[in-house]
Design a protein around this ligand. Structure first.
Ligand code: AKG
Ligand code: FE2
Length: 151
């Protein structure tokens, strides 16, 4: 993997207090597409991670980053590491600000399992080789299909 250049995405979310937090969602369940995401966030019970079929609350120290393993790390490890499937909650009393910082490869770089972890007998590649751009387009197409199915 060539990390001489890369892709970094910084976003800022403001979630205002929600009068009915139990029937609302801040950000629906998803995994992030890059290698790693650092998440700065305020408050508790902000983020839940799916673990062995259960939703687990992330209780993060407000002065610490939450570090997520992302999809391309999962592909690079040939599925040895799982990407964190997570969602963001809202709460009834406090506004919440979160700042995710995603680190990934450049869009024209290929994402594939590391050759050291793959052989054709016991460890076949679990993922097709594709460019980061193609992976993002595939993800976008899935989201669009889901949304158009809802309408
Ligand atoms: O706002 C949050 O707490 C989570 C944000 C997030 O998961 C994302 O931007 O991918
Ligand atoms: Fe995320």
């Amino acid at each position: 993997m060539n990390l001489d250049s890369g892709l970094q995405i910084v976003a800022t979310f403001l979630y205002p207090p929600c009068p009915e937090p139990e029937v609302a969602i801040g950000l629906p369940p998803h995994s992030d597409h890059g290698l790693l995401t650092l998440l700065i966030h305020t408050g508790i019970r902000d983020v839940q991670v799916q673990h062995k079929g259960n939703r687990v609350n992330v209780y993060a120290n407000p002065n610490a980053f939450v570090v997520n393993i992302d999809d391309h790390m999962k592909i690079l490890s040939n599925d040895k590491y799982k990407s964190a499937f997570h969602r963001a909650l809202v709460n009834g009393t406090d506004a919440k600000i979160s700042i995710p910082i995603l680190f990934g490869q450049e869009l024209e770089m290929v994402v594939s399992p590391a050759s050291e972890l793959v052989d054709n007998e016991t460890n076949p590649p679990s993922f097709a080789v594709m460019k980061c751009r193609e992976y993002l387009e595939m993800l976008q197409a899935k989201i669009s299909a889901k949304l158009s199915h809802r309408n």
